[in-house]
Design a protein around this ligand. Structure first.
Ligand SMILES: [Mg+2]
Length: 280
């Protein structure tokens, strides 16, 4: 089976391992399953997760992590062949994923610096990009929003890595990529052409594609209702883990069509559920 596995709330919570999940996934890999981790987090380069996952005892293979940043790069490459140059609003991982996928990348940080030093508009400062890809930018400034909005108003396609309104940190919730996307949308009076991350289907599709498997045969394992929703969107089976943000009561309250295939409260139950799904 192909297992698409969410990270925060499933494999770990902040820096703490969710007990037993890494080992349960390693057992599935030993039995022949493929694991690809899927996260909406668009800030980090995908391989930067490898040592962290190893530290949690979780199995990691080549192409083992697909973030919404990486999936955005793949989406633009595969669906928007006219795009050569991209402006990024986000952290270093977003820039690197797009660069490595073959795009000519200019950051909003760079464009903003040129705007203020040379007194030029964002479209000129960015060198006329064909697309603007937006993620969580923890260094976001007014001029970076201006640069992105100028480019979109001049005709660049607006792509949202994800629309998570908030982002959990050890110090509580902070604005997520969706808050940054909203700022660029309002300033450019444009709605993003596509959103890549969960609950939309594109991140899961990219993850299955990266290992050459059919996403409809996958099992999506996540702790949020958006994970279940994304799984349904691609026709995959879903396992809702109660190790993160969702309670049993919230799962019970879902209308029948929105329910996960199975619910697991911990790693031991996850192992049993996956055994059932593999044989059933
Ligand atoms: Mg999660």
């Amino acid at each position: 089976m192909l297992l698409l596995v969410d990270l925060d709330g499933v494999v770990y919570r902040a820096s703490e391992s969710v007990p037993g999940v890494g080992a349960a996934l390693a057992t599935r890999v030993a039995l022949g399953d493929t694991v690809v981790y899927v996260t909406n987090n668009a800030m980090h380069y995908h391989a930067d997760y490898y040592p962290r996952l190893t530290g949690h005892g979780a199995p990691i293979g080549p192409d083992g992590v697909v973030t919404s940043a990486r999936a955005s790069a793949f989406y633009v490459r595969d669906h928007m062949p006219e795009v050569r140059r991209v402006l990024t609003v986000g952290a270093g991982g977003l820039e690197r994923e797009l660069r490595e996928t073959g795009f000519d990348v200019v950051t909003a940080a760079h464009a903003a610096t040129r705007m203020s030093q040379e007194g030029i508009d964002g479209w000129t400062a960015a060198g006329h990009p064909d697309a603007v890809v937006v993620g969580l930018d923890p260094q976001l400034t007014y001029l970076r929003i201006a640069a992105a909005a100028d480019c979109v108003r001049a005709g660049a396609a607006l792509i949202a890595t994800n629309r998570d309104a908030i982002y959990p940190t050890e110090r509580g919730f902070r604005p997520g990529a969706g808050s940054v996307v909203a700022a660029v949308e309002v300033a450019s009076r444009t709605t993003a052409r596509v959103t890549i991350g969960k609950p939309e289907p594109h991140l899961l599709e990219a993850a299955a594609h990266s290992v050459g498997q059919d996403v409809r045969r996958a099992v999506m394992i996540g702790d949020a209702l958006t994970d279940v929703e994304a799984g349904h969107a691609v026709g995959a089976r879903t396992v809702l883990m109660l190790t993160g943000v969702t309670t049993q009561q919230a799962a019970d309250a879902l209308p029948a069509a929105e329910r996960p295939t199975r619910v697991a409260s911990d790693a031991a139950e996850l192992a049993r559920v996956l055994e059932d799904l593999a044989t059933g």
